[in-house]
Design a protein around this ligand. Structure first.
Ligand code: HEC
Length: 267
């Protein structure tokens, strides 16, 4: 009897102590997030991106300045916040990176192979795609997220993204929802946001692309999709594939209406 009482007392003791400890870590993580948000080096990537946007490149030796990101040739203000959307010239839904690749191949005459050789950079050497994303996304600060959701192909892409979010695949039979499906889940101290719910998706999507403090890299949403698929142990998706664009489309549509605040900082 006494043993049972002792066991119960210990259990209660741990419940209280452990909860307090979890709360402390949550508070510390919150404080850390705030600190990194206040001193973001994203601006350095924006400057590099501006230079690349204006740099003549490829067989046609022209810059990307005439690239139409959905608001007209060369219009950058508020363009990122309205992506992904349907582009008639390409007859498909595109996110920022897919659209940039399209402009690199059509305007600059570069091959897809060459333009995608190094889409994800390193801390020492960010990729062209990363710097361009930083520069262009920054021109949407203060604009509400408003991706296209009315064209039939936009509806199709949204539905595909939603289905993919819950679709289990790969060696571990994981879906995005296996990790991002319930409140309060964490891996290695990182909160796993429930991204199919607007309340969670809004603040998250409104700060991508972002500077990633732990690796000193600037990272994009295409990279994020890739890295989460890697964590799911599936084969690596093709850059700018229908799959990754549909997922980004679904997440952005879920975050619709949130004011864009990026490029942000991530742990
Ligand atoms: C095995 C678990 C796991 C699966 C499955 C998974 N993710 Fe993730 N995801 C993570 C982790 C861990 C992080 C946080 C990484 C970090 O903070 O560095 C993350 C972060 C993210 C973020 C960024 C969150 C932020 O704070 O900005 C997005 C967006 C995301 N995942 C989308 C997806 C999508 C879409 C899928 C399905 C294709 C998916 N994830 C599948 C583990 C997973």
């Amino acid at each position: 009897m006494r043993l049972i009482a002792l066991g119960a007392a210990l259990a209660v003791g741990c419940a209280a102590a452990c909860a307090a400890q979890a709360q402390d870590s949550a508070k510390e993580i919150q404080r850390y997030r705030q600190m990194i948000a206040e001193g973001s080096p994203a601006e350095l990537f924006e400057l590099e991106g501006e230079a690349l946007w204006k740099k003549a490149q490829g067989p046609k030796n022209v810059s990307l300045e005439k690239c139409d990101l959905g608001r007209g040739a060369g219009v950058l203000k508020g363009a990122y916040a309205r992506l992904p959307r349907y582009f008639k010239d390409a007859d498909r839904v595109m996110d920022l990176e897919t659209r940039l690749l399209y402009c690199m191949t059509t305007l600059q005459g570069r091959s897809r192979e060459e333009a995608t050789k190094r889409v994800f950079g390193t801390a020492d050497q960010p990729s062209e795609m990363e710097s361009l994303s930083a520069y262009i996304a920054a021109q949407s600060r203060g604009t509400k997220l408003d991706p296209g959701i009315s064209h039939p192909k936009e509806k199709e892409s949204y539905e595909l993204g939603r289905a993919l979010y819950f679709h289990r695949a790969g060696a571990w039979d994981f879906s995005c929802a296996s990790c991002h499906g319930e409140e309060g889940k964490r891996i290695r101290m990182q909160d796993l946001p429930v991204l199919y719910k607007p309340a969670s998706a809004r603040p998250i999507i409104a700060t991508w692309p972002a500077y990633r403090v732990s690796t000193s890299q600037f990272v994009t949403l295409q990279w994020r999709m890739n890295d989460c698929y890697r964590q799911m142990r599936t084969p690596e998706p093709n850059f700018g594939s229908e799959t990754t664009v549909a997922l980004i489309h679904f997440l952005t549509a879920t975050a619709k209406g949130e004011t864009y605040k990026g490029p942000g900082s991530k742990r």
